[in-house]
Every structure is written in structure tokens, then in C-alpha cells.
Design a protein around this ligand. Structure first.
Ligand code: TYC
Length: 115
């Protein structure tokens, strides 16, 4: 039976009439790494302007972005700050939490695997 242009034989180099040609190369698929959320938790003691400054410095947010995240955490109890690979998320959460600890504030950032 003749193959016609655009059919499976035209696209698949392993199919030629009745012969099977083995592939000598394989395609490499690069999986995207799993992502982790950094979450800001509200507390009753850390000053709002300090939370904003930490968000701007550690997470490279504009003042407006940082104010929005801070207010959401303040009103709802927590807010997702950003998503990163696991190691970057954990490092940034630790740096931001430590920035509060140095000043005696209970400011806390946690990480959680993104679904
Ligand atoms: N709730 C704090 C206050 O009223 C401000 C604050 C906001 C603290 C967000 C932490 O994640 C936070 N001073």
C-alpha cells in the first residue's frame, strides 16, 4: 500500500515500507524543576514598614508590590510572596526571617511545595 505525503511515513524516520531503522539518537527532554512557595505569616508585633522593606530587599519587589503582599498577610493571616526552586525559596525565606530576628521581631516566612 503506498504512503502519501504528510502521513506517518513522512514524519517518522523509523518507518520505511516494511523495514525498521533503529534510532541512533534520542531526544532529551528537560523537565522543569518543582516550584516552592514562600509564604509570609502575619504577626502582631512586626511594624508594617519593616515588613515592606524586607519584601523589597529580599524578594526584589517594588514598594507597591510589597505593600500589597504585606496588607494581604495582615488581613488574611498569610500571603504567598513568590515561587522559586526549593533551594532559592528556602534561602530567601531564611534570610527574610533572620532580618526580623536581628531586630527582635517574630516576622516569619515559611516554604511549601507548589502543587
Ligand atoms: N500585623 C502587623 C502590625 O499590625 C504588620 C504585619 C503585616 C506583620 C504582615 C507581619 O506578615 C506580616 N504591625
Amino acid at each position: 500500500m503506498p504512503y502519501h505525503a504528510g502521513g506517518i511515513a513522512a514524519r517518522d524516520p523509523t518507518v520505511t515500507g516494511t523495514d525498521l531503522i533503529l534510532r541512533t539518537q534520542t531526544r532529551t527532554r528537560t523537565a522543569r524543576p518543582p516550584l516552592w512557595k514562600v509564604i509570609l505569616l502575619n504577626d502582631d508585633f512586626t511594624p508594617r514598614d519593616f515588613v515592606v522593606k524586607v519584601l523589597m530587599r529580599v524578594f526584589r519587589m517594588t514598594e507597591g508590590e510589597a505593600e500589597g503582599v504585606m496588607i494581604t498577610a495582615h488581613q488574611k493571616g498569610a500571603c504567598v510572596v513568590a515561587v522559586y526552586t526549593k533551594e532559592v525559596a528556602e534561602t530567601k525565606a531564611q534570610m527574610a526571617t533572620e532580618a526580623g530576628q536581628i531586630r527582635g521581631y517574630p516576622l516569619t516566612f515559611t516554604t511549601e511545595k507548589d502543587t
